[in-house]
Design a protein around this ligand. Sequence first.
Ligand SMILES: Nc1ncnc2c1ncn2[C@@H]1O[C@H](COP(=O)(O)OP(=O)(O)OP(=O)(O)O)[C@@H](O)[C@H]1O
Length: 249
Amino acid sequence: MMNSSAGPADGPAIRIAGLVVRRGPATVLPGLDLEVGRGSVTGLLGPSGCGKTTLLRCVVGVQRTAAGSVTVLGRPAGDAALRDRVGYVTQAPSVYGDLTVGENLDYFAAVLGAPPGAAARAIGQVGLDAHRRTPVARLSGGQRARVSLAAALLGHPELLVLDEPTVGLDPVLRQELWELFRQLAADGATLLVSSHVMDEATRCDRLLLMREGRLLAHDTPAALLAATGAADVESAFLTLVRTGQEAHR
Ligand SMILES: Nc1ncnc2c1ncn2[C@@H]1O[C@H](COP(=O)(O)OP(=O)(O)OP(=O)(O)O)[C@@H](O)[C@H]1O
């Protein structure tokens, strides 16, 4: 069962208002407003460097912000009460290379106080049963990323923030992971998943199309295609960029 002890359970999972972030001399997010509903899979798509990771860092509360507010499950992002309610998987796997997959998961399960069997279940969810006794340092990049994902699943987080979780995976594994994401959402979790692979968009309930720190669109894949008359999300993105540039002139 999902833990809903803190924050209004019926409000949005994420509410962002007037968010401004500067990194170094650059204003990466110049003013962002956004709401993400619960129990859904939202895809955050956009070209490399557009600000996806920065936005995800704001949601998990590890990014210094210059203005605006980020509310997660009814609490300010990064609030201590959110620690076991929000799971974050970064692009760099955060597991121990010299421990096996099973040892890593047992360790994180002990730290979290997860129930018996939680580690084995999480390993199965990400399709790494056959590698339980393999040291993480000997896994491929994609396999290592899935160990991080398994660790994030241990606590049954209500919100899962995943930064490009399917990078480097073959099509079969990508498909399996997306099925897992859909299953987690069907069980009530909210997922925010970044990707720069536009063909993954059709697997999301809603899409955030981002460019240069601004949202070009926030809609269902079908509505986005209908509004732009495009055949696929990549063409829709290009259409939105073009019409935005024309409107600017
Ligand atoms: N530590 C940092 N200091 C200064 N600028 C940074 C830092 N990290 C990122 N940036 C800049 O912030 C902008 C957005 O970066 P971000 O990592 O959010 O993009 P992204 O969309 O996630 O890219 P990618 O898909 O390549 O991971 C980029 O222009 C980047 O150069």
